[in-house]
Write a protein that binds this ligand. Structure first.
Ligand SMILES: [Zn+2]
Length: 295
């Protein structure tokens, strides 16, 4: 499978980084994992059309992980030939409500969709694409998943685990994507606990992963203190903790992502990389938009 980082940024708007989003191409399937603001443009830059997308999986429903779903859904429907497979969309509880309030018959796009399914100009374009009126209202196959569910495609599967992030208001899943013997793990947003031990669910998700993309939005500057007493977990840094997770799970390549503007500055970036590299000896990559990885 081929993994493309569509967005390595945070909720802070940036011209350099789109917000969170990843694309997995495997067999005939194109699976988007999160689709935050800016990632639709990145997907186009990567040469993938919305009509190529078969599945979307949301780790959680923070806007920086789902805002460009609006673009994806509407563009894909509008330019698809008739009888195109429904988009398969998976995510945590709340997903059905989210989609219905956007694209349902009484949703936010009611006026637009009513016009596009009724006005003669739109119907004319629809017929030129091979459609026969009446033009159907857009639909997707929406599935709310729990932690124990396995999402299956033709030659791939996704396992989930609840990760600590904004509970009890949101359900947030880390993702383990398995295809053709390769393993891609995505932490989603994971709040590293106060004691700075890696979140336990991440151990199951990241075990023997070829590629681990891990959230790294914040950092600690207490590296000198930490290096003097590395056994004292209270003095570990957030970034060390992520390195320890990758080391302990036998990860081959660790990619950091979800970089906010503070961590993404000259000097800080290098310091954080050095902290991780002090404990993790595998391949370490500072994630940038449109990087690709073959697994
Ligand atoms: Zn989040």
């Amino acid at each position: 499978m081929k993994i493309t980082l569509l967005g390595t940024g945070s909720p802070v708007p940036s011209l350099k980084r789109a917000s969170a989003g990843y694309m997995v191409e495997t067999g005939d399937d194109v699976v988007l994992i999160d689709h935050g603001p800016g990632t639709f443009q990145r997907m186009m830059e990567a040469g993938v059309s919305p009509t190529n997308v078969t599945h979307v999986v949301f780790s959680h429903l923070h806007f920086d992980h789902c805002l460009d779903f609006i673009r994806l859904f509407l563009h894909r429907w509008d330019i698809s030939p008739p009888n195109t497979q429904k988009l398969q969309v998976y995510g945590p509880p709340g997903l059905k409500h989210f989609v219905e309030r956007l694209f349902g018959k009484d949703g936010a796009f009611k006026l637009d969709l009513t016009a596009r399914t009724n006005h003669e100009n739109s119907l004319d374009i629809y017929q030129k694409r091979g459609g026969t009126p009446p033009r159907p209202w857009p639909e997707a196959a929406i599935t709310e998943v729990s932690e124990s569910d396995v999402i299956k495609g033709t030659d791939w599967q996704i396992k989930l685990a609840n990760v600590p992030h904004h509970q009890p208001y949101l359900v947030s899943y880390g993702v383990r994507f398995e295809s053709g013997g390769g393993i891609f793990t995505y932490s989603s947003d994971v709040t590293v606990p106060v004691e700075k031990l890696p979140a336990k669910p991440m151990y199951d998700l990241a075990k023997d992963a070829d590629l681990l993309v891990h959230y790294l939005n914040s950092f600690d500057v207490s590296r000198e203190m930490a290096s003097q007493d590395s056994e004292n977990i209270k003095q570990r840094t957030v970034q060390q903790t992520i390195g320890e997770l990758a080391r302990d799970c036998n990860v081959k390549t660790l990619v950091t992502s979800h970089h906010g503007p503070l961590i993404d500055t000259d000097g800080v970036r290098e310091r954080v990389i050095a902290d991780i590299a002090a404990v993790f000896k595998g391949r370490l990559v500072w994630g940038e938009d449109l990087m690709t990885f073959e697994v």
